[in-house]
Design a protein around this ligand. Sequence first.
Ligand SMILES: [Zn+2]
Length: 311
Amino acid sequence: MIIFQKTLRNSISCTGVGVHSGNVVNMTLKPAAAGTGIVFRRLDVAPEVSEIPALYNTVSELVMCTTIANAANVKVATIEHLMAAFSGSGIDNAIVELDGPEVPVMDGSAAPFIFLIECADIIEQELPRQYIKVLKEIEARDGDAAAILSPGDNVSIAFEIAFDNQRIGRQSCSFNMRNGTFKNELSRARTFGFLGELEQLKSMGLAKGGSLENAIVLSGEEVLNEEGLRYQDEFVRHKALDAVGDLYLAGAPIIGQFHGYRSGHALNNKLLHAFLSDENAWCYTSEAPVRASNVGGAYWPEQKAAAPITA
Ligand SMILES: [Zn+2]
């Protein structure tokens, strides 16, 4: 089965705070031609150096967030949750315009970006979507943390975390990415941090925009956010959301199984480098996964045609 590439029907804008700079950023998501991929464009620099493709090999820094840079060292930080939203909505091609060096953090999850994409609407394009199919298992390790890609007929994401903090503790989750899975199960999970760390970062001039508005903040084992958690296991779901965004830097959806154990942006990126540099580990295919026909996307025409479920 062939699935065609998708982009946004309309442009859509939002304004928010950059979590690291603390500055207000204006962002516009725009349609892009088939074959473009996801490209970030800085409006506050010279046009000839303004574009940065969102790819695993344009990643320049992985401390706290994922930052990409071009040859002129023009950067965009904190792209991971927006990348996850593009992946989860089945968007292959888009231009992301920003008037600053950082994607707005919004509420610390991918849900506001999913909302923007839904408002802009999605259209099918003329070229078939290319997938990257995993042919053999590849693993990246760092101490007792691991990130693994292995062959499979669908797109699946499994994640496990283990924290000494009792409020988080051990959590695991596993999802077969199908229609609506990302939106329903992962998109609302927020990033999290500890109050002590946040205060330390702020004293170093980092995380200036970090607050209870855009993260779950723990003080010891207490969640400080008045509204509590959005999912009982919101912590591990956020790590799975991050992995979805990190893996989309491969430049195409990956057919196979991802398993992260205490992994993060840096290890996920190391995995992509090891995976994509091994020519026996993968191949391109335009044959969509067998069952997850609309991998990660909530907008597939056949879904609309499905018969309503009656009791
Ligand atoms: Zn995150």
